[in-house]
Design a protein around this ligand. Sequence first.
Ligand code: UD1
Ligand code: MG
Length: 453
Amino acid sequence: RPLLDPVPPLPSLYTSVGFSIFALLATLYLVPALGPTFISANLKGRDLLKIYQTPIPESLGLVCASVYILLLVIFIPFPFSNSLANLPSHEHGKMLHEGLSVAESLHHQLSVYLSSLLSLLIATMLGFLDDVFDIRWRHKLPIPIIASIPLLMVYYAERGNTHVVVPLPLRPIFGALVNLGPLYYVYMSLLSTFTTNSINILAGINGSEVSQALIIALSIVLNDLLYLPWPIDFRVPLHLLGNQAEVDIGGVWSAGMAHGSRELVGRHLFSLYFMLPLVGVCIGFMYHNWYPARAFPGDTFCYVAGMAFSVVGIQAHFTKTLLLFFLPQIFNFVLSCPQLFGLVPCPRHRVPRFDPDTNLLYPSKTLFHQPPNKLTTAVLRTLSTFGLTDLTLHPTTGNILEANNLTILNFLLLRLGPMSEKRLVRVLMCVQVTGSVLAFFVRYGLAGLVYDG
Ligand code: UD1
Ligand code: MG
C-alpha cells in the first residue's frame, strides 16, 4: 500500500524534466557560441595550471544563470495552473473550511517562487560584479545575506517554524522543542553566505566548481524523490521522513495530496522544480569546463548555484539535510579560516602549484616574510600535527618560513601525493559523492537514533 495518496501533480514534474533537458542543450550550445563575445568584453582569464597562455573566456556562469533563471520564469504557469485545475471539489471545501482560500494559497506559493527568483537574480548580479570588479572578499561576504531577505520574509509571513527538535539525550535539559526565534533567521541568512562562498573558495582546477554544484544538486534531487507519492512502495518509511524539525505549516503546493503529507510533498516538488534545471545547466556547462577547460564559470556561477541551494533548503525546510551535502565545503572552509581571517598570509590564488616538466600538481605554499606571531605558530603547528598542512621551518631559529595553503585541494595532494589536474578533479568528485553517501546515512540512519521522528 502506498504511504502517500497516489494522486500527484506529476505533469508539472514532467514539464520540469523537459525544461531541464532544454537547459542542458541551451548551455551546451550557447557557451562556445558566446565565448568570443566574452573575450572581446575582456571577460577572460589565463588557465593557471597550463603551459599555454591562451585567454579562456571567464564568467560563462552568466550564460548558465541566464538560461536557468529565464527557464524558471517561463515555467511559472505550469505548476500554478495545475494546482487550480486539479483541485477536487471536496479538497476545495476542506481548504475553505480551514480558512485558506484557493486564491490565497496560490498567492502564497507564488510569493515563495518569486522571492526565490529575486534571490537568484541578486546572486547573479553580485557574482557578475565580482567577476568584473574583483570585489574584496570581506566586502562581498554580506551581500548574500541581503539577497536572502526576500526568502526570510516569505518564511516569516507563512509563520515558518523557528523551533528545533532537541536530540533525545538532551531532552531532560531543554525539553523536546527549543524555539530559536530570531536566531533561526540569523542562521538562515548566514546559510546563504556559506553556500555561495564555500563553492567559490573550493575552486581553481578545471571542472571543480561545476562538479561540486552538480553532485550537490543531484543529492538534493535524490532526497526530494524520496518524498514523492510513488505508485510503488519503495520509499523510506514515513516516520523517518517526518522529522518534526522539518515539517510544519508550509504552503499547500500540491492540492490533491493526502492531507497530512501534502505540504511535505509540495515543498519537495518545489525543490525539484529549482534543482532539475540546475542539473541540466551544470551538465551542459561541465562539457566545456572539463579538463582542458575551454570556458571558466567565474564567480557568477558559484554564487547562483550556491544561492539556488540556499533557496531550496530554506523554502522547502531542509537546511540541516542541505548542510550535510556540503561536508567537503565545510571541511575546506574550516581549514581555510586561518587564511580567510588574516592569521596566515592569503595569496590572491591558493590553487595547487603546477610543474610543467612532470605535468603534475603539487601543494602550493604561502610565504612568511616575517616570523609569525605565537597564535599563528600554534594554529599552524596543530594543523601540521594532524597532517593538514606541511611546514618549512628555519634551520636555526625554528620559525615557520612556509606553510601549505590551507585548502582541501592542497590537503588531498599532500596526503595522496602529486597528481595531474584531471585526476585531482576526479578525486574531488569522489570526495563529494562520499560526503553525500555519508549525508544520507546520517540523515536516514543515524537520525533515527537521536530523534524519535
Ligand atoms: C578563489 C580562491 C583562490 C583561487 C581562485 C581560483 C580563496 C579565498 N579564493 O578566489 O584562492 O585561486 O578562487 O578560482 O580561496 N582558474 C584556473 N583554472 C580553473 C578555474 C580558475 O586557472 O579551472 C583561474 C583563472 O585564472 C581564472 C581565475 O582562476 O581567471 C578565477 O579566479 P576568481 O574566481 O576570480 O578567484 P576568487 O573566487 O576570488
Ligand atoms: Mg571564483
